[in-house]
Design a protein around this ligand. Structure first.
Ligand code: KIV
Length: 289
């Protein structure tokens, strides 16, 4: 299938909400740099999320917890330069919003003012209500995130599916209602049994965006590197790799090394010529004629 080429309109919150109403799925992908943003935008994706997953897939860190505001903003600016139509969301890093509400508002503002983002995402359920209220009250849209929340995997006991018991599912349900009530424009549901996500999605008037949460969410999100087969440290069950770009890159790099070693590259077609008389004059100048 070819990339979308027809000019399209800037995606806004209004479009996302309209999709919830019509039942058309919302398409979302993470992006961390200019070229990924260009490609995601050209593919016609609705939303690009500068996720803190970049800590792991771009920076090689073991988890998302140590990434900083400055690092996130650096990547946000690159994505904002590449994407013209997709709705842009910046992921608030661990400890940039949990300590004080005022600090959370200030940091959310930095995503908009310095990072070129249109909204922020933050993890957590009812405990985050005062923070989300304060951020939305200054006019910054907030995407909630419940279920498996990677910033708090130590407390969750690892990267585990959430909401598998009736009580746990009920907690997620109540969290989702609270996030909607306080003004989130949508909620990411991560690693939640499909029937639980389906009930939550049907119960909300705002869209749910699933990752490992089944087909009945109002939209889906994947990590860019997972979708493209660029990160093979581990692949969660919910990932569908649409390409094996990592293998292709690996093969290309080996070929390049061999071509250089065997003087196959560069060939005449990659080489600049010089008029013969100029070359002769040059050699005379340095005494090599
Ligand atoms: O950081 C991230 O990439 C995310 C998405 C996978 C939802 O939080």
């Amino acid at each position: 299938m070819s990339a979308q080429t027809a000019p399209r309109k800037k995606v806004t919150l209004h479009h996302l909400q309209a999709k919830k109403q019509t039942g058309e799925p919302i398409t979302m992908l993470t992006a961390y740099d200019y070229s990924a943003a260009l490609l995601g935008d050209r593919a016609g994706l609705d939303v690009l999320l500068v996720g803190d997953s970049l800590a792991m897939v771009m920076l090689g860190l073991d988890s998302t917890v140590s990434i900083t505001m400055e690092e996130m903003l650096h990547h946000c600016r690159a994505v904002a330069r590449g994407a013209k139509n997709a709705f842009l969301i910046g992921d608030m890093p661990f400890m940039s919003y949990q300590v004080e509400v005022a600090e959370a508002v200030r940091n959310a503002g930095r995503f908009v003012k310095e990072g070129g983002m249109e909204a922020v995402k933050l993890e957590g359920g009812r405990a985050m209500v005062p923070t989300i209220r304060a951020i939305t009250q200054v006019g910054i849209p907030v995407l909630g995130h419940i279920g498996l929340t990677p910033q708090t995997t130590s407390a969750l006991g690892g990267y585990k599916v959430q909401g598998k018991t009736a009580v746990a599912a009920h907690t997620l349900y109540q969290d989702a209602l609270a996030l909607q009530e306080v003004g989130c424009f949508a909620i990411v549901l991560e690693a939640i049994p499909a029937p639980v996500s389906a009930v939550i999605s049907r119960s909300l008037t705002i869209p749910t965006i699933g990752i490992g949460a089944g087909a009945e969410c109002d939209g889906q999100v994947l990590v860019y590197h997972d979708l493209l087969g660029l990160f093979d440290k581990f692949t969660p069950k919910f990932v569908k790799p649409y390409a094996q770009i990592g293998q292709q890159i690996g093969a290309a790099l080996v070929q390049y090394r061999e071509d250089v070693t065997q003087r196959v590259f560069p060939g005449p077609e990659h080489t600049y010529a010089m008029p013969e008389e100029e070359l002769a004059a040059f050699l005379r100048l340095i005494g090599q004629n």
